[in-house]
Design a protein around this ligand. Structure first.
Ligand code: HEM
Length: 455
């Protein structure tokens, strides 16, 4: 196999224990993942102290099962997450707890059933074809693959969730989403330091401006749809017409707007990053790329991709899964313990922040024989069966597992199988894509790649 390795970040950076507090603060602002102690990749869990408070990072699959699955009701989404994302997403499905979360989840679920996702094939394939034509028109030029993939997944989420662009200024929405999450590491730092929300920090105004624009646009769409609530067979129709089985209440306009924001934000950048990292890894592993191309050619017989083909792209999906092992788009899940919890070998006191460093679990020395090597054989059915179920969790686990998991996997396979046979992408010489954690795991510099037309 043509192997390049993609070293885990804590192995590049020195462990946190050897850094001063100022260095840790700088590190959190620049790229929190570089602050993870090396033990995160080698031990079942590691305690860390930040601003005098204990937090635990748990990498062991059985302990993760204890936290996210067996004792899920003993944890809530962490204050840092609520504080960084709450101003944008309100009390929507991603951040709500208890009965309020349950009914939003039930109301959204029908949009994510297998047959419903397959019915999105024309929207997904159509957007992928447009992206492919656009890339081919730039043959010989360099593009930012992160940006290209954001655009195609954005078009898909808007089409499938809102039945079309609903008058949105796509460029401005995309920029505003980037602006509104650009200060999340500051929010994280201020929360950890116990400082109030109003504490000034860089880019606070830019983020607030982006958020204000998005919230007013999504509220406009919610009001328009409420005024004309006929079923358009999209997620928004479901949410407008849903009522809570326990209380009989429906979503008000603000709830709708918060959920539109949530589904657009959670549902496009993550998949775009999965694809960006996949195109990068394939460009570095020609023999794996050849095998993917051969599978696509065999399944499609040289015709445009069809809905029935998607389930047959087994190796292509293995490649996407392996890519999300090395570069999980959501690299960490965070919780706070609501009460004292006893797990085998680990006692978590009430109030403790608990971090599940997905990126580290998926490169853990005790789980993976070659943790940093890109090897899609890690996802043959036999290899999957031989591992602990919670050693791979790019979509989280337990009741709060990603509702868009199948949607994302189907979409990624369709986009890859549409673009790859037509376009060869070459990484800019000398560029090394350093992963940076900003809610999602982005390649610094946006993954510059030169487009070539495949003959
Ligand atoms: C490769 C793509 C994706 C990845 C890696 C990903 C990852 C995740 C993760 C790790 C969580 C759990 C967060 C936690 O437990 O705190 C999550 C939740 C969620 N995701 Fe995704 N996601 C992806 C695509 C999508 C898509 C396409 C949608 C919607 C169309 C979506 C919507 C959501 C929502 C609404 C939640 C909250 C679910 C709940 O709390 O009940 N995601 N996602």
């Amino acid at each position: 196999m043509d192997a390049i390795t993609t070293p885990a970040l804590a192995r590049i950076a020195p462990p946190e224990t050897r850094k001063s507090t100022l260095e840790i603060i700088r590190g959190i602002i620049r790229n929190p993942i570089e602050n993870w102690p090396i033990e995160t990749y080698e031990e079942p869990f590691v305690w860390a102290k930040l601003f005098g408070k204990n937090l635990v990072m748990v990498s062991d699959p059985e302990l993760i099962k204890g936290i996210l699955v067996d004792h899920a009701d003993a944890f809530e989404k962490a204050l840092s997450m609520r504080r960084s994302l709450g101003p944008s997403l309100g009390d929507s499905i991603l951040l709500a707890e208890g009965a309020r979360w349950r009914w939003q989840r039930r109301a959204s679920a029908p949009s994510f059933r297998h047959e419903r996702i397959l019915s999105f094939f024309p929207a997904m394939h159509g957007a992928a074809e447009i992206s492919c034509v656009k890339l081919l028109s730039q043959a010989g030029q360099e593009v930012s693959m992160a940006h290209e993939m954001m655009r195609v997944t954005f078009d898909i989420i808007v089409e499938t969730m809102l039945s079309g662009a609903a008058g949105l200024d796509v460029d401005r929405v995309e920029q505003s989403i980037t602006d509104s999450i650009s200060t999340t590491t500051w929010s994280l730092l201020l929360t950890l330091a116990g400082l109030p929300k109003w504490t000034p920090h860089p880019r606070k105004l830019v983020a607030a401006r982006g958020r204000k624009y998005l919230k007013s646009e999504f509220l406009r769409i919610a009001k328009e749809r409420r005024a004309n609530p006929s079923d358009r067979n999209d997620l928004l129709s479901l949410l407008v017409n849903a009522t809570d089985a326990e209380t009989g209440t429906a979503m008000n306009d603000q709830d709708l707007a918060d959920n539109i924001f949530t589904f657009i934000a959670a549902g496009h950048e993550t998949t775009a990053l999965a694809l960006t990292w996949t195109f990068y890894l394939l460009s570095q592993h020609p023999s794996i790329e050849e095998r993917v191309l051969a599978e696509i050619a065999e399944v499609t017989q040289g015709e445009p991709l069809k809905q029935d083909d998607v389930d047959k792209l087994a190796y292509t999906k293995q490649v996407i899964m392996e890519s999300m092992r090395l570069y999980p788009p959501a690299a960490m899940v965070v919780r706070t313990a609501l009460r004292d919890i006893e797990l085998p070998g680990l006692t978590i006191p009430k109030g403790t922040p608990v971090n599940i460093p997905i990126y580290a679990t998926q490169r853990h020395k005790r789980i993976w024989s070659s943790p940093d090597t890109f090897d899609p054989e890690n996802f043959t059915p036999e290899a999957i069966k031989s591992r602990h179920r919670y050693s791979y969790l790019p979509f989280g686990a337990g009741p709060r597992i990603c509702i868009g998991m199948s949607f994302a996997l189907t979409e990624a396979a369709i986009i890859l199988a549409t673009i790859l046979p037509a376009v060869r992408l070459r990484l800019r010489p000398g560029y090394s894509p350093h992963p940076q954690l900003r809610v999602t795991l982005r390649p610094m510099g946006g993954m510059p790649m030169t487009v070539e037309r495949r003959t």
